[in-house]
Ligand binder design. Structure first.
Ligand code: AP5
Ligand code: MG
Length: 215
């Protein structure tokens, strides 16, 4: 099953994509994670996108689309896209790529969450610098403050998770991604999930909607 997960910053795309991709045995592709890895490795792509990512602006459509289509072309199986597309232009490019390569999109899932909740979640987010495991000092605190439960790595805060940058990211979402949601609602089979509950319950809700067998 080929899926897209849409949602505001902090709506839980990464959290749900991780859980669902394991259940569906599909490849989770997060454009944000790809860019942060490239920045950390100091590659040419990392240098090109760094200013956008750290300041909460969108990376230009052509750059993101090239990265995603190259990754999809190298994938043998199905995909779960997290954070792409996020403009109507990116969706149109993705559609053209899928048509050309004989692949199809099965479902779009939209995680709906209020802006107040987004700000609360993102300013409380931490992630492990070694294995990437996600935490939240309010909703999913680590057992030992500052260290990862899984690998003992140091917990860090994303550079774009300051209140000021989160507000900027929300503005970008309103301006460029909300029109994409309307576009998909008009053209694709969109499932809108209330993302305000407990993470595991939201996974079950989506899995049930997608017809994934219960655990
Ligand atoms: P990206 O990394 O995609 O960031 P984002 O869209 O802003 O989303 P986040 O990763 O911040 O949040 P999330 O929805 O994954 O939530 P999470 O599960 O972590 O993009 C970063 C940047 O890269 C962009 O600003 C842009 O510069 C660039 N970029 C990426 N893609 C691009 C594209 N297509 N085009 C152009 N530029 C692009 O959860 C958040 C927190 O909440 C965590 O602490 C988590 O533990 C907690 N949480 C999750 N679910 C729940 C729950 N149900 N209840 C309580 N807490 C919860
Ligand atoms: Mg994410």
């Amino acid at each position: 099953m080929n899926l897209i997960l849409l949602g505001a910053p902090g709506s839980g795309k990464g959290t749900q994509a991780k859980a669902l991709s394991q259940r569906l045995k599909t490849t989770h592709l997060s454009t944000g994670d790809v860019f942060r890895e490239e920045i950390a490795k100091k590659t040419a792509l990392g240098a090109k996108v760094q200013g956008y990512v750290t300041s909460g602006k969108l990376v230009p459509d052509a750059v993101v689309t090239e990265v995603v289509t190259a990754k999809l072309a190298a994938l043998p199986g199905s995909f779960l896209l997290d954070g792409f597309p996020r403009t109507v232009e990116q969706a149109i490019s993705l559609d053209a790529y899928l048509k050309k390569s004989g692949k199809k999109l099965d479902r779009v899932v939209y995680l709906a969450l209020s802006e107040d909740e987004v700000v609360k979640r993102l300013t409380a987010r931490r992630n492990c610098a070694s294995c990437g495991e996600l935490y939240n000092v309010v909703s999913k605190p680590p057992k030992h403050a500052q260290f990862c439960d899984k690998c003992g790595g140091k917990l860090v805060q994303r550079q774009d998770d300051t209140e000021e940058t989160v507000k900027k990211r929300l503005m970008v979402f309103r301006d460029l991604t909300e029109p994409l949601i309307a576009f998909y609602k008009a053209n694709e089979n969109v499932f809108e999930a209330d993302a305000s509950g407990v993470a595991q319950d939201i996974t079950e809700l989506i899995a049930n909607e997608l017809g994934v067998p219960a655990r």
